[in-house]
Design a protein around this ligand. Structure first.
Ligand code: NAD
Length: 327
């Protein structure tokens, strides 16, 4: 299959591209190497996927370009059977500083892809959405039918993008699926996220910093599970025209997670508490029944198993990765 992965130099797109080429597919990655975090990780992601292609039957091409460039997007979609749209301006807190950029990249960029997919005819458009679309919890865990009231410009932009995808599915009969990811973590994760920060600080004998009182809850979802959910969409049209939660099964308080990582890596340290940001969701907790039924999705890692794997990977890659987390 010819697969276009947008944002394929990033954390999730990088893992996805690597798995696709390992499985023998022909992958083109479109990514503008946005400097939201250190580019060394993105170059590393590109190298890993390229090496996977060289080692197997798949092929890999990296295109440095922007999803806001409609002509480029159309050209690349024309050759694709599937489009996996992972490119986005990520980050909840920075979206409060620059909402318009989030709109341009996350909404206009998605529309460029949807237009191209509609006009060229592809097998399926799969896009990364986010638990941030839910915003204010009325009942937990979130079912996909839960009201969407995002509390950050980032969440609003992801909601608008997935609504467009669903509308194109209805009006133009485009096979489109939106996966609402819940806080994804694992090797090569974005350096500015809670788990990478907790692990990095504890490894250096420093206490983890928790924002707010730490009673916020999260479904931390292991990267392999997110990749598996995406890959299953190559083989089924059962989820076309739908949004699906992709989360984990063991919801955890951030404070508890920080304590567990501290107990393992820096037992003598007390947690440090700093002010919580208003744009951060209070609770995210997924009901994954729909993904289970339609995709056979089943999270393979508990949070403890996933963190253990991440810590092992961190220790093996400490030399280059740690300097990026601590920048
Ligand atoms: P990431 O920042 O690592 O990856 C996004 C990639 O998109 C980056 O490589 C970036 O350079 C690229 N990009 C940004 N703007 C672009 C543009 N204008 N044109 C082309 N490429 C551009 O983030 P990630 O964690 O891998 O997230 C991937 C997707 O999953 C995003 O759509 C994000 O909104 C969504 N998501 C992530 C999480 C998570 O916990 N990581 C949770 C929910 C949703």
């Amino acid at each position: 299959m010819h697969i276009l992965v947008t944002g394929g130099a990033g954390f999730i797109g990088g893992h996805l591209a690597e798995q696709f080429v390992t499985d023998g597919h022909d992958v083109v990655v479109l990514d503008n190497l946005d400097p939201f975090y250190d580019l060394d990780i993105k170059r590393h992601n590109i190298d890993i996927a390229r090496e996977a292609a060289e080692a197997g039957d798949g092929s890999y091409e990296f295109i440095e370009g922007d999803v806001r460039d409609a002509d480029l997007v159309t050209e690349l979609v024309t050759d694709a059977d599937y489009v996996y749209h992972q490119a986005a301006q990520a980050g909840v807190r920075p979206s409060v500083e620059d909402p318009r950029k989030y709109d341009e990249v996350n909404v206009d960029g998605t529309l460029n892809l949807l237009d191209a997919c509609r006009d060229t005819g592809i097998e399926r458009f799969v896009m990364a959405s986010s638990s941030s679309v839910y915003g204010i919890p009325r009942s937990l865990p979130y079912e996909e039918t839960h009201p969407t009231t995002p509390v950050s410009p980032y969440g609003a932009s992801k909601l608008a993008a997935e609504r467009y995808a669903m509308a194109y599915s209805q009006v133009y009969d485009l096979s489109a699926v939106a996966l609402r990811y819940f806080t994804v973590y694992g090797p090569r994760m974005r350096p500015n996220m809670a788990i990478s920060n907790f692990v990095s600080r504890c490894m250096n004998g420093e206490p983890p910093i928790v924002y707010g009182d730490g009673t916020q809850t999260r479904d931390f979802t292991y990267i392999d599970d997110v990749v598996d959910a995406n890959i299953s969409l190559l083989d089924t049209d059962a989820a076309d025209g739908q949004v699906l939660n992709i989360g984990s099964t063991d919801n955890i308080e951030i404070r508890t997670l920080a304590e567990e990582i501290r107990d393992q890596l820096a037992p003598e340290r007390e947690l440090v508490y700093e002010e919580r940001h208003d744009a951060d969701a209070e609770h995210t907790h997924s009901d994954i029944t729909r993904a289970r039924e339609l995709l056979g999705y089943e999270p393979s890692h508990t949070i403890r198993e996933g963190v253990e794997e991440f810590v092992g990977w961190y220790q093996d890659n400490r030399g280059w990765y740690e300097s990026l987390v601590r920048k």
